[in-house]
Design a binder for this molecule. Structure first.
Ligand code: BMA
Length: 335
């Protein structure tokens, strides 16, 4: 049977045009690339160093199951990685007992006022995962501030400049009321308060119904903070981790301007579908190209490998304009 022309058009127009484009050589880093024995490498923070080198601070899981962080550097952000010959930042449970079961999922923010990189990461304590913070100038020596958000809390990143005189930290505490994104403020990066709910997980059948959390640090655009967040849906065969998009006010980052309804990226490639944890895409870092539009998103794939996808900030904002809404921004209970 031939399909009438107008129907063909409408079928085509409902197809989702990908916003994130997987790199053809994915996955770009796996345990096979490591200079010492490990189980897996995934969930890497990312930044551009002053000389243009891409630095990934990778979560490496050792062969006991505990994680540490290891730096990999590349001139083009795709290949030719120079990987530190030993762990770059190791758990230090003697001085920081909250790191007893490892450190995970770093996010990196370069802070011009401090002329340093601020790394927020998950410290896996006996009491559960918490948020820890460290500063560095060179990813060789680190000044640890210890745990700044007690368990259960994770998926945290700092905004690069103060908001109304205070540093702003996005994080994801877990309470019996749900796993939502919060923002908190501090005068000195040590003492945190003015905690505010920023974005809620939806409920019921939604793709982001069970948990949400910040993915890479927010991307500053002229329209606002562009935020990738991961949404988790529990299914009978495990959790599905996908990515969504939202935009927040530059001066008031707890104010959501737009939130997309559908996910924009999910596990499809075999290295995302199958690994130590199936069906996970989990970005923790991005770098911006010199054109100011192309964003390189580094993501953990199935808790086993690091992969790269590229997107255009302009297209992401256009998609949010066409598909996002703001009345659904916070109170999602009625959805
Ligand atoms: C989350 C985090 C991530 C991990 C993901 C899937 O809760 O712990 O580090 O990639 O689960 O296992």
């Amino acid at each position: 049977m031939t399909v009438p022309a107008e129907k063909q058009v409408s079928l085509l127009s409902t197809r989702f045009e990908p916003l994130l484009h997987r790199h053809p050589t994915n996955p770009i880093l796996t345990s096979r690339d490591w200079p010492y024995p490990i189980n897996s490498v995934f969930n890497a923070g990312a930044t551009l160093l002053a000389d243009g080198t891409t630095l990934l601070l990778c979560r490496v899981e050792d062969r006991r199951g505990l994680s540490h962080l290891c730096a990999a550097r590349s001139l083009n952000g795709v290949d030719g990685w120079q990987i530190d010959s030993e762990p770059t930042l190791k758990p230090d449970p003697k001085n920081y007992p909250e790191e007893i079961w490892g450190i995970e999922d770093p996010r990196i923010t370069f802070v011009p006022e401090l002329q340093q990189y601020v790394i927020t990461y998950t410290s896996y304590s006996r009491g559960g995962p918490g948020v820890s913070l460290a500063l560095t100038k060179d990813f060789r020596t680190f000044e640890r501030y210890g745990v700044i958000m007690p368990p259960d809390d994770k998926d945290s990143a700092l905004l690069p400049q103060r908001i109304d005189g205070c540093w702003a930290l996005i994080h994801r505490p877990m309470t019996t009321l749900g796993s939502h994104m919060w923002i908190s403020y501090s005068p000195d990066l040590r003492y945190w308060g003015r905690h505010r709910l920023m974005l809620e997980a939806r409920r019921g059948a939604w793709w982001d119904a069970n948990k949400i959390g910040l993915s890479p640090p927010p991307i500053e655009t002229s329209r606002g903070w562009l935020v990738f967040y991961h949404g988790v849906r529990h299914t009978p065969s495990g959790c599905l981790y996908r990515l969504g998009l939202a935009l927040f006010d530059l001066d008031n980052p707890e104010k959501c301007l737009l939130r997309g309804d559908s996910w924009i990226f999910g596990p499809e490639a075999s290295y995302e579908r199958h690994g130590d944890v199936d069906d996970v895409v989990f970005p923790c870092g991005y770098t911006m190209d010199a054109d100011g539009d192309t964003v390189n998103i580094y993501y953990g794939a199935a808790d086993c490998a690091i992969a790269l996808a590229r997107a255009s900030v302009r297209s992401l904002l256009e998609w949010l304009d066409a598909n996002g809404s703001c009345e659904r921004r916070q109170r999602a209970q009625d959805l």
